[in-house]
Design a protein around this ligand. Sequence first.
Ligand code: PNS
Length: 160
Amino acid sequence: MISAIYPGSFDPITNGHLDIIKRASKLYENLYIGVSEEESTKEKSFSIERRLELANTAVKEMNNINVIKFNGLLVDKCKELNCTVIIRGLRALSDYEYEFKMALMNRTLNDEIVTLFMMPHEKYTHVSSSLIKEVASLGGDMSKYVPSYVESALREKFGK
Ligand code: PNS
């Protein structure tokens, strides 16, 4: 059985993430959603507990998915969980450089682990958690891009 992990900040989880999760869950019998606990590299808007809660709510009806938190090196977590595949979503060309560096660095750290890039539905190619937060913080309607409970969390966070 091949296990895969879809790692990210999920700050918060979006419909674009969910699109990738649904596609990846058809390829692997066991899919982990790895929510990064790391605070030092990228400032988060939602706490790790809230990000985990929103991700868990999002996948509660899918039965081959486990939401976990992780810190430290992703490849170490992969080894611990026996995951040989890292899933990453690739949207616009602008994602490429960051993803390319990360995939090659992870491969240098552990050549047994493969990074698999997947494209979300084209209606999500311009969507990111940061853009959603920016628009939501200014009172914009983000209901097309996030599940309703995430929309409520954004409203609660930004008071709009
Ligand atoms: O959703 P993001 O913020 O683009 O996800 C980035 C994430 C969490 C996947 C990446 O920062 C990561 O893997 N962090 C764990 C630490 C690590 O292994 N860093 C080296 C990666 S080359």
